[in-house]
Design a protein around this ligand. Structure first.
Ligand code: PLP
Length: 493
């Protein structure tokens, strides 16, 4: 018998039944000796003391990127510190953070003392408590606080570490609650990089995962990229989109669909607000067919749009589940949240939710978020966003009018997006095509003019820290306006 055949036979014996246990384990032949592990003396230098060359060398040898090709790391700036809405690189250059990094550094770079103190104190008192072993006071407090500010009976919550995980929790929760399996999501939406959340994603990033996870149905976004509802009014557009959705539900089988999971306002896909009445229609379809409705608030939650949550822009719509992350801690420490309505919370009284992670409910992250959310409320950050929002929108309009490469813009609160087109009106490039020469030229101009931020052609996002002042906002738009001349020219306008 060949070695491969022997291995197969062994595996199938092991799989068939336990009567063959215990299986013999292979002997370990290389047991490390007890010599001390050597590390570079460079690690003895205090933080902030490595030269740019030392940093670049470690980046070349040991750092990997995630969504961008690895070689991009050689040109990624070395950022030394931040202050206000600015970050600084190793050459002392200042950049305004024009997209709150990944739309998450919502308070910029001077965190409130209360956040710093509470986080440090929690590290001293109880740096970790596994959520299944005990309840830290801060977990009770943050849960109650969020319960108090959430509309309706969205009152049961868990606190994972990332937006992706929160969406994983929501999917498992919905499947177990309904006993159904399928999940419906929009094209153009993003829900995360873990197995289910990536499959739920409606943009090119899903392809990296192989697009092989069953049970996820894509719904055309009511704000399509490649065609328009030209000629029809908003209500007709809503009706068509809802009719399409209902037809999909009926053809998929309502008894197989656990969850409709959407971003309340699509973020990375281009600040897409669904047409008037659409969200109310989705809520009605969910009720009609006993499907749970989840709003993914990971990008817009905690104030980005001038409301605490994006779904609050839609009158009368209460989702069964929401997820949030980023703004909950202003990104200072990883934390996310899945909140569900009382009837769902009650359902899990005598059975497990079925999702968890070691760091869910991490007390230090909760302490950071607890003070962060209290800061947002006590300092009326929502009011600040609402007050700046008209100026923000007016300036987007001016910038759009000043540059022929801008086809249109959208804005809500302090969240905006310009759509770029080519001189013949086509999309000059799509998100999955990376960064073309024209956008590379724009990116350089953007950096040279002192901005740092996400670039997702053909969309140009604007999402500065919510703590930005009006003067700083105007300065940011001026910088972007200057950079856009380079894009006009590179695209041939
Ligand atoms: N959902 C939305 C709407 C997001 O924008 C993101 C990240 O940008 C995620 C989920 C995933 O969050 P995370 O990157 O923290 O896993």
């Amino acid at each position: 018998m060949s070695a491969a055949a022997k291995a197969t036979a062994t595996i199938s014996r092991a799989v068939k039944g336990s009567r063959h246990w215990p299986l013999k384990s292979p002997a370990l032949t290389k047991i490390p000796n007890n010599e001390p592990i050597q590390i570079s003396p460079d690690h003895d230098l205090p933080m902030g003391q490595w030269s740019s060359d030392q940093i670049r060398s470690a980046v070349t040898n040991n750092v990997m990127l995630t969504w961008a090709p690895g070689k991009a790391r050689h040109n990624t700036p070395i950022i030394t510190h931040g202050q206000g809405v600015y970050v600084y690189d190793d050459h002392g250059r200042q950049f305004m953070d024009w997209t709150s990094q990944a739309v998450c550094s919502n308070l910029g770079y001077d965190l409130p003392e209360s956040v710093l103190n509470a986080t440090t104190q929690q590290m001293k008192d109880l740096p970790f408590l596994y959520g299944g072993l005990g309840i830290a006071e801060v977990r009770a407090r943050l849960s109650q606080l969020i319960g108090e500010i959430m509309p309706g009976d969205l009152q049961g919550m868990v606190f994972p570490s990332s937006g992706s995980e929160a969406n994983e929790a929501a999917i498992t929760c919905a499947r177990r609650y309904t006993g159904k399996f399928k999940v419906m999501n929009w094209y153009r939406g993003y829900h995360g990089g873990t197995t289910n959340s990536l499959q739920a994603t409606g943009d090119f990033r899903r392809w990296f995962g192989g697009d092989t996870v069953p049970g996820f149905i894509k719904v055309p976004n009511p704000f399509p990229l490649f065609w328009g509802y030209d000629g029809e009014d908003e209500s007709e557009r809503t009706e068509i989109a809802l009719n399409m959705l209902e037809e999909q539900i009926l053809n998929e089988g309502p008894d197989t669909i656990a969850l409709i999971q959407f971003e309340s306002i699509v973020g990375a896909g281009g600040v897409l607000v669904p047409p008037e009445g659409y969200m109310q229609g989705v809520r009605a379809l969910c009720d009609k067919y006993h499907i749970l409705m989840q709003c993914d608030e990971v990008m817009v939650g905690f104030g980005r749009t001038g409301k605490l949550f994006g779904f609050q822009h839609y009158d009368g719509v209460l989702p069964d589940i929401i997820t949030a992350a980023k703004g909950i801690s202003s990104a200072a420490i990883p934390l996310s949240m899945m909140a569900c309505r009382k009837h769902i919370m009650d359902y899990f009284e005598d059975k497990p939710l079925g999702w968890g992670s070691t760091y869910a409910g991490h007390p230090v992250a909760l302490a950071c978020a607890y003070e962060n959310v209290k800061y947002l409320l006590k300092n009326d950050v929502l009011g600040h966003v609402q007050r700046l929002s008209p100026k923000f929108e007016d300036t987007m309009k001016l910038v759009a009018e000043n540059h022929p490469c801008i086809k249109q813009y959208r804005s809500v609160g302090l969240f905006g997006c310009f759509d770029v087109h080519a001189p013949d009106g086509s999309n000059p490039q799509l998100q999955h095509e990376g960064v073309s020469d024209a956008f590379a030229i724009y990116k350089k101009a953007y950096t040279d003019n002192g901005l740092i931020g996400l670039l997702r052609p053909p969309h140009l996002h604007v999402a500065p820290p919510l703590s930005i002042t009006e003067d700083e906002l105007m300065e940011g738009f001026e910088r972007q306006d200057k950079a856009l001349y380079a894009l006009d020219e590179a695209l041939g306008f």
